[in-house]
Design a binder for this molecule. Structure first.
Ligand code: CP
Ligand code: NVA
Length: 338
């Protein structure tokens, strides 16, 4: 039986450890089948609404391509293109969309909005990023980690997540580690540690799954003998411009650079990033912020380290497609993909 059928995905803790592992396993199969051109379509005639109240490259394109590959149709509803929350309540919008569509993706600001959509939706709702969680990114990252270390159990793998550990990525990393039993070290100044209750819940769940989670301000302790260092931007979408000063002051020394890699004591360490990354000055933000604060060579990650790990980082981005497809197939198809 497919327990994920008609299942919402607002955060990873909506799944059991086995359900999450099954989504990763199915993604591996779908990836191979697509590459061998033998993918079977299980979502013909399904219609999917994609609500984006924030910008996106990977998440939007992955939902669209995943749906098309599986025979489903999508409607993209960009920022300010629906009445949601302005002229029509979240409750009414959710009721209407769930009569027209078989599933709803939401990316936006407050996590409370997607909770309300899911409360009134009769069809599965998937979180494509809110201020609190980014579950589909972490499913992709778990697949990438598994591909790099296929012979190791998650409980034998150590990841250091460095930087802003109280954002959507930090929170979802906690939940991912809890469910699959990773050894996770959140390496950040105390001001950027996640909510205490979420941390304790995840730590307890991780222990049940042979994992371990710690928070530390100490960079050397955090990255020593790690298999992976993961980082994300220091200021997330939707945060106020005025936060840059304080965040940079707090996180400057948590930049992923050559000296941090030396501290890991692991010459084979792999670097992950969910992207987009401020690793050079080839963007508007890169030009203004990096120059303003005197970052010559990237902000949360230096350009040399980014470039050296780009194959892994872009594989992570590609895996968004395969894992989002797995999520769509699992929640919209009663038939198991064999
Ligand atoms: N990583 C990620 O979610 O990328 P987008 O913002 O481009 O969707
Ligand atoms: N923390 C980042 C993640 C981007 C994928 C943000 O919310 O902007």
């Amino acid at each position: 039986m497919n327990t994920l059928y008609q299942h919402h995905c607002l955060r990873l803790m909506d799944f059991t450890p086995n359900e999450l592992k099954n989504i990763i396993f199915l993604a591996q199969k779908l990836k191979i089948d697509k590459k061998n051109n033998i993918e079977k379509q299980l979502l013909k005639k399904k219609n999917i609404a994609l609500i984006f109240d924030k910008e996106s490259t990977r998440t939007r394109c992955s939902f669209e391509v995943a749906a098309f590959d599986q025979g489903a149709n999508v409607t993209y509803l960009g920022p300010n293109s629906t009445h949601l929350g302005t002229k029509e309540s979240i409750e009414d919008t959710a009721q209407v969309l769930s009569r027209l569509y078989d599933g709803i993706q939401y990316r936006g600001h407050s996590h409370h909005i997607i909770e309300t959509i899911s409360k009134y939706s009769k069809v599965p709702v998937w979180n494509g990023l809110t201020d609190q969680f980014h579950p589909t990114q972490l499913i992709s990252d778990l697949l990438t980690i598994k591909e790099i270390m296929p012979n190791k159990l998650f409980s034998e793998i150590t990841c250091a997540y460095v930087g802003d550990a109280h954002n959507n990525m930090g929170n979802s990393f906690l939940e991912a580690a809890a469910l699959v039993g990773l050894n996770l070290r959140l390496v950040a100044p105390r001001e950027c540690w996640p909510d205490k209750n979420l941390f304790i819940t995840c730590q307890e769940e991780a222990k049940k799954n042979n994992g371990n989670i710690i928070c530390t301000e100490n960079i050397e302790k955090g990255v020593k003998n790690a298999d992976f260092i993961y980082t994300d931007v220091w200021v997330s979408m939707g945060e106020k411009e005025t936060i840059w000063d304080k965040r940079i002051q707090l996180l400057r020394k948590y930049q992923v650079n050559a000296s941090m890699l030396d501290m890991s004591n692991n010459t084979h360490i792999k670097i992950l990033h969910c992207l987009p990354a401020l690793h050079d000055q080839e963007t508007k933000i890169g030009q203004s912020i990096l120059k303003k604060y005197g970052f010559e060579n990237g902000m949360e990650i230096t350009n040399d380290i980014f470039k050296k790990n780009k194959n892994i980082i872009f594989e992570q981005a590609e895996n968004r497609l395969h894992t989002i497809k797995s999520l769509l197939v699992s929640s919209l198809s009663q038939k198991i993909y064999l």
